[in-house]
Design a protein around this ligand. Structure first.
Ligand SMILES: C[S@@+](CC[C@H](N)C(=O)[O-])C[C@H]1O[C@@H](n2cnc3c(N)ncnc32)[C@H](O)[C@@H]1O
Length: 352
C-alpha cells in the first residue's frame, strides 16, 4: 500500500489549489457519474480554475497534450514519476485520455481536503462526500451550542474514523475562530493506515492549532488518553456482497461504509460504550451517524444506546434527525428488506 504520500503532502500545497480560486463540493457517486457523462460530450474549458475543477474535482481523464496545458510542469512531472496513486489510468476513461488524477480535492469555506478519486470502489478508499458536509453542519452546531465557553487551557479532541481528517480539522478551526485563546490538541484516528497519510497531508494545509497526533486504532481500542470531546462520522451501512449498489470492486466490504452487524449500527454503539471510558468529566461525545428505521417506525439505535448511556454515566443532550432519508437505493437490497428508511442522526452525550 505504498502510495508516495510524501508527494501528496507536497502536492496539496504546491498545486496551489488553495488561494487560486479552486472550489469543489463532492456530490453523491450517482450524481458524480451523471456529471462525468455530461462533461465527456463538452469541449475542454478555457478557464484555468475550471480546468483544475475538471481534473482534481470531477477526475476527468485527459490526454497528455491537455495535461501539459492544464497542469504546472512540476505537478505533471511528479504525477508521471510517482507511484500508481497518481499515474496514468489508461482504461479508466477513454483510451486517449491517459492522465487521471487518483486524488480528488474538495473544499468547504477556506479549507481543502485531498481524498480518493472517483469512483471510490476499493476497500481502503478515503471517503469524503455529502455526509462529510452534513457532519460539518452538525459539528458547527456543537461548537455554537455546547462549546460556548471553551476552556483556554488545552482542549483535547479526537475524531474517530477521521478519513481525510475532515471533521477534526474543521472543528479545530471553528473552535479557534470562536475562542481565540483556546489551545486545541487534536487526535485523528482511523483503522485504515492510508487515511492517516491523507490526514497528515490535509493537516499540513489546514491546521493552525497547537498539537496534532495521528493514531491507527480500531475505534478507541488502541487509544489510552482521555478527551474533552470525542467526535465521529463512522461507517453506518450494511456493505455486504448482496448489497446491489454497495459491493466493492474486490467483493470486500469497504472500510468507509461498513458499519458492522446486521443493521450497520455496531460501530456507532462501540463509539458510545468505548467513548464513555475515555471522556473527562463534563466531556462530550458528538456522533453523526445513519440509522435504519425499521418497519412501524422503530429506531433500533435508540433502543440499543439508551442502556449504554446510563452505564457510562452520561446524559443525552440531544438526539435529532438531521436527514430523514439517505441512500434510498439501498432499500431494494436484501440487507434492508425490513427497513423503511435510512435516517441521519446527530447525538450529543455528556459525561456527568
Ligand atoms: C464514513 S467514513 C468518514 C470519514 C470522515 N470522518 C468524514 O466525515 O469524511 C468512516 C471512516 O471510519 C473508518 N473506520 C472504519 N472502521 C473503523 C474502526 N473499526 N475504527 C476506526 N475507524 C474505522 C474508515 O476507514 C473511514 O475512514
Amino acid at each position: 500500500m505504498a502510495c508516495g504520500f510524501g508527494i501528496l503532502r507536497v502536492e496539496v500545497v504546491e498545486i496551489s489549489l488553495k488561494g487560486e480560486g479552486y472550489h469543489f463540493r463532492t456530490i453523491t457517486p450517482n450524481s458524480h457519474a451523471r456529471i462525468l457523462d455530461r462533461l465527456s460530450t463538452r469541449l475542454a474549458p478555457e478557464d484555468p480554475t475550471e480546468r483544475l475543477r475538471w481534473f482534481f474535482g470531477w477526475n476527468v481523464g485527459v490526454g497528455s497534450s491537455i495535461a501539459k496545458n492544464w497542469l504546472k510542469s512540476s505537478t505533471l512531472k511528479k504525477m508521471q514519476s510517482s507511484s500508481n496513486k497518481w499515474k496514468v489510468e489508461r482504461r479508466s476513461f477513454k483510451a486517449t485520455q491517459t492522465f487521471k488524477s487518483k486524488i480528488r480535492f474538495s473544499t468547504h469555506g477556506d479549507l481543502i481536503w485531498a481524498h480518493s478519486s472517483f469512483p471510490t470502489t476499493e476497500s481502503d478508499c478515503i471517503f469524503f462526500g455529502p455526509d462529510t458536509y452534513r457532519y460539518f453542519y452538525f459539528l458547527q452546531k456543537v461548537v455554537d451550542v455546547y462549546l460556548s465557553s471553551c476552556p483556554s487551557e488545552e482542549f483535547k479532541l479526537i475524531d474517530i474514523g477521521a478519513g481525510s481528517g475532515a471533521g477534526g480539522l474543521f472543528i479545530a478551526e471553528e473552535i479557534r475562530k470562536k475562542h481565540a485563546t483556546a489551545r486545541t490538541h487534536v487526535t485523528l484516528t482511523d483503522i485504515n493506515p492510508r487515511a492517516l497519510q491523507f490526514c497528515r497531508a490535509n493537516a499540513a494545509v489546514n491546521y493552525r492549532g497547537e498539537k496534532i497526533d495521528y493514531q491507527i486504532s480500531d475505534i478507541l481500542k488502541q487509544v489510552n488518553e482521555s478527551f474533552d470531546l470525542i467526535l465521529s462520522n463512522p461507517p453506518y451501512m450494511v456493505d455486504l456482497e448482496d448489497s446491489k449498489s454497495a459491493a466493492s470492486k474486490e467483493g470486500q466490504a469497504r472500510m468507509y461504509r461498513n458499519g458492522g452487524g446486521t443493521l450497520g449500527i455496531d460501530l456507532s454503539l462501540r463509539i458510545i460504550s468505548e467513548g464513555a471510558e475515555k471522556l473527562k468529566s463534563g466531556g462530550l461525545i458528538a456522533l453523526y451517524t445513519g440509522i435504519p428505521i425499521l418497519e412501524m417506525g422503530i429506531d433500533p439505535f435508540l433502543q440499543a444506546f439508551t442502556p449504554l448511556v446510563s452505564k457510562g454515566d452520561m446524559e443525552v443532550l440531544k438526539y435529532e434527525e438531521i436527514d430523514p432519508d439517505v441512500w434510498g437505493e439501498e432499500l431494494e437490497t436484501r440487507s434492508y428488506s425490513n427497513v423503511e428508511r435510512i435516517a441521519v442522526m446527530g447525538l450529543v452525550l455528556r459525561k456527568k
